[in-house]
Write a protein that binds this ligand. Structure first.
Ligand code: EPU
Length: 305
């Protein structure tokens, strides 16, 4: 523990209503179960409290980063400087009004798939069993070959770095393959979204989502991971290339290229962020040498490297 982080946390605690912790290990908050401490970790009480956190951070010149389920993050072993903002329970509203879905950014994506398919609404069923929150899925424009979340977005509501609320259109969000403007513009935090779905056959939608869940449970690795490590190169599958290069089972420490899917790195126990990064770099180099293809990270690499 460093005194300054404890002081920073205690100052912030006076300014907001949410829970504030100092030197919080990010390994507790990522699906990889990896990551050093966040200087200050905040669970804002609601959107106004979130705005207060951001204004406070800006006034005090402290960097901040918001995250959801930590399902697509590799946090360095040295951790993250500044304030880590958890988009948790207060942001988990899921409400349907006709074909419109009003959803908080902290809502679990698979739960949203259950609610919408059971209501006989189509447009998100392909996202069954994709780990993470709605906010994270919007940042990543998450999806599969069947569709991506940007396709159903009507409005994204954010809190800006000035602590103000704004509504953005899908055009403002600039959705592309596994990309949205929120990946480069960190001045806005997604708090909720409105999605426009289509009426469909309830039983068929529920069956489709269930089928996808079963398939993912059987075909994808189950250990701690962050899903696919690399984006698919145009017209190719990163997992298939890694498989063809014979890299499955390659390891650095406890970080292993998964047998079930080449684009997953699994933490078999005590893998560090450096192990994962070293393994990913080794894979990139092998794919570059073998196929002349430059793999790009899909996982967000964050913190102090
Ligand atoms: N393949 C192999 N070996 C492997 C992995 C895949 O030969 O080790 C082959 C498969 O047999 C298939 C093809 O490659 O013919 C494509 O594989 P898959 O259907 O698994 O799709 P993908 O393109 O590798 C994408 C997403 C996944 C998502 C799947 C399911 C990306 C980077 N990946 O993977 O998303 O689960 O489709 O539809 O877009 C993630 O975002 O974290 C993620 C895992």
């Amino acid at each position: 523990m460093t005194t300054s982080n404890i002081e920073l946390a205690s100052d912030l605690r006076k300014a907001i209503r949410g829970v504030v912790k100092a030197d919080e290990p990010m390994s507790k908050h990522t699906t990889f179960k990896i990551g050093g401490p966040a200087d200050v970790f905040v669970d804002p009480a609601d959107a106004d409290d979130l705005a207060a956190v951001v204004s406070w951070a800006n006034r005090h010149d402290v960097p901040w980063l918001a995250f959801g389920a930590g399902a697509n993050m590799l946090v360095s072993d040295r951790g993250i400087r500044g304030i880590l903002i958890k988009m948790g329970r207060p942001f988990q509203r899921i409400e349907l009004e006709g074909e419109r879905l009003y959803v908080g950014s902290g809502a679990n994506l698979d739960k949203v798939v259950s609610v919408t398919t059971e209501a006989g609404l189509a447009g998100l069923e392909y996202a069954a069993a994709i780990p993470g929150t709605v906010g994270g899925a919007i940042v990543m424009n998450a999806g599969t070959y069947r569709g991506q979340i940007g396709d159903v977005i009507e409005t994204v509501s954010v809190v800006t770095s000035e602590g103000e609320r704004r509504d953005l259109s899908p055009e403002d969000s600039q959705f592309r393959y596994r990309w949205s403007v929120f990946q480069v513009d960190r001045s806005r935090i997604i708090v909720s979204a409105i999605m426009r779905l289509r009426p469909g056959d309830r039983d068929e939608l529920v069956r489709t989502a269930e089928g996808i869940r079963r398939k993912r449970a059987t075909n994808l690795p189950s250990g701690p991971s962050a899903g696919c490590v690399f984006k698919n190169p145009e017209g190719q599958s990163a997992g298939q290339l890694i498989d063809q290069a014979g890299l499955k089972g390659t390891r650095v420490g406890d970080a292993v290229v998964a047998d079930k899917h080449g684009n997953f790195i699994v933490n078999e126990g005590k893998a560090t962020a450096s192990d994962v990064k070293a393994l990913a770099d080794l894979v990139r180099q092998a794919i570059r040498e073998k196929f002349g293809v430059e793999l790009e990270f899909e996982v967000r690499i964050v913190g102090d490297w």
